[in-house]
Design a binder for this molecule. Structure first.
Ligand code: ATP
Ligand code: LTN
Length: 337
């Protein structure tokens, strides 16, 4: 996507997105977010971040956090993010993210944050007095991530749209008070992949912080594990393989089948006419395993050193953009720099 600037220069619009290095990345993360990135990187100037400062809003084991940060980078690469096209970096390596988050904190209102459903869900697991302030403030840091880079589009899953709304609100509020400074971003969803539901509960999204590993298919699950998880996945009443809103479990499984096989829903319905869940689930497990095998082979071939070098050069490349935006922000606010 290209735009023409005042000086008649044609520039590519920018996309920005990120994933937390916590838990096991799953098919929901891939189908909702990473798959879109892989396609969009050729049309947009793309920045993909590993948001470690978001991950620490809930307790993380330091050794695991370091390991996961590299693993997520490798997953981006194995899933087809091309480091010659897109910039990959770790959020904490560009300090301007936290600096802008603080400034945006002075613009965000309690009322903005109190309505965030992700905060309500995550904090519901603990007593109010013990819920972390970082968890509450999480969407402001996310707004900073996005607004630092004049992001036009933010490719994410459905659950993040409310956070992008906040980024839009904060950009407009800042611009109205201090003059045009931030681009107002838009969320971008993939069609059926935008909301993949849990295998053990089709009323809730597939989530890496789910209590049971039977909630998700991890991108690193081996074929045998995939078969086990799909076999155990909950189904709806009746035995017919039909795509319908009143069969949420089956609808979710058919969505996954469609997205990974390229077959349409109609083709799938036809294929399983007169057959039952057994055949459908066996084939779905194979479709998933066949998708994961080459992905996992690529993942194995990416070394820590290779991933580290890409992340460091990504941070170097991106930092000047962030610094330039912070200078503009400070100048407008009357902060000396
Ligand atoms: P958690 O549930 O622990 O908060 P998560 O699994 O939602 O973690 P995130 O790091 O929060 O993972 O999300 C990374 C990206 O994956 C975001 O763009 C998010 O919208 C997308 N995503 C996460 N879960 C799903 C899902 N079930 N379906 C579609 N997209 C998803
Ligand atoms: N909150 C997001 C992760 C995230 C993000 C971002 C996504 C942090 N900063 C900026 C897009 C743009 C999540 O998926 N949980």
């Amino acid at each position: 996507m290209k735009t023409i600037t005042e000086k008649n220069k044609v520039t590519m619009q920018r996309i920005f997105s990120g994933i937390q290095p916590s838990g096991n990345l799953h098919l929901g993360n891939y189908l909702g977010a990473i798959k879109q990135w892989e396609q969009l990187q050729y049309e947009y100037e793309s920045i993909f971040c590993i948001v470690d400062l978001h991950a620490i809003t809930v307790p993380q084991d330091p050794i695991e956090l370091r390991k996961k940060t590299l693993e997520v980078a490798k997953i981006y690469l194995a899933a087809g993010v091309n480091p010659d096209k897109a910039t990959l970096f770790v959020q904490s390596q560009v300090k301007e993210h936290t600096e802008l988050a603080w400034i945006l904190n002075t613009m965000a209102r309690l009322g903005d944050l109190e309505k965030m459903t992700q905060f309500k869900d995550k904090s519901a697991k603990s007593e109010k007095e013990t819920v972390g302030v970082g968890l509450f403030d999480y969407p402001v840091l996310m707004a900073a991530d996005i607004l630092l880079y004049d992001t036009a589009l933010v490719p994410v899953g459905q659950d993040q749209i409310q956070h992008i709304e906040l980024a839009r609100t904060l950009a407009k509020r800042f611009n109205a008070r201090f003059g045009e400074t931030f681009t107002v971003p838009q969320g971008k969803l993939s069609d059926e992949g935008a909301l993949i539901m849990g295998l053990d509960d089709p009323t809730k999204k597939m989530s890496k912080s789910a209590a049971s590993e039977y909630n998700y298919i991890s991108l690193t699950d081996e074929a045998e594990m995939v078969r086990k998880k799909i076999k155990k996945a909950v189904t709806d009443s009746g035995s017919e393989i039909v795509y319908s809103d009143d069969k949420p479990a089956l609808k979710n499984l058919i969505n996954i089948y469609t997205l990974l096989s390229g077959k349409t829903k109609e083709e799938i319905a036809k294929l399983y006419q007169g057959k039952g869940y057994g055949d459908f689930k066996n084939d779905l497990a194979e479709v998933i395993a066949n998708f994961l095998a080459p992905f996992q082979a690529r993942l194995k071939n990416i070394s820590d050193d290779e991933a580290l070098a890409i992340l460091h050069s990504g941070a170097e490349k991106i930092r000047p953009l962030a610094q330039k935006k912070m200078q503009a922000v400070k100048e407008r606010m009357g902060i000396l720099f």
